[in-house]
Write a protein that binds this ligand. Structure first.
Ligand code: FES
Length: 129
């Protein structure tokens, strides 16, 4: 079962930047483009297992929105989590994300209900726009 869980308010994340939230055991980096399109990926960089991706620079590689790790500059697709240098071992987990009434919500699988849970419907949206 999956459910939408409140992560933070949209004003908690600077425009065109990232922020980090911790929900249960999940440390999640949230990014936005002009506060219109939102992405959520694991905060841990798979290169050296450092929890730093929320502080990475975001940009584009062609049409692909990406984040560059602030430590060694590995880059990852914010849509798929793919390592844009082609290293399949460095794949990020991505999370469905949406905005409801100025609130950023992330869909987590098999997460036990908590007081921050706002809905318990099946998650369908991959990236909020
Ligand atoms: S820790 Fe992220 S690229 Fe090295």
């Amino acid at each position: 079962m999956s459910q939408w869980i409140k992560a933070c308010g949209i004003d908690d994340i600077q425009p065109n930047a990232g922020g980090c939230v911790k929900i249960g055991e999940h440390q999640i980096a949230i990014f936005n483009e002009n506060r219109e399109t939102w992405y959520a990926v694991q905060n841990m960089c798979p290169h050296k297992q450092q929890f730093v991706l929320s502080r990475g620079l975001i940009g584009k590689q062609g049409d692909i929105p990406k984040v560059a790790c602030p430590l060694h500059k590995n880059t990852f697709s914010l849509q798929t989590g793919e390592h844009l240098g082609g290293n399949c071992a460095y794949h990020l987990r991505t999370y469905p994300i949406r905005v409801v009434d100025q609130e950023i919500q992330i869909c987590l699988q098999d997460e036990s209900p908590s007081s921050s849970a706002t809905q318990t419907t099946q998650c369908e949206t991959q990236h909020a726009q």
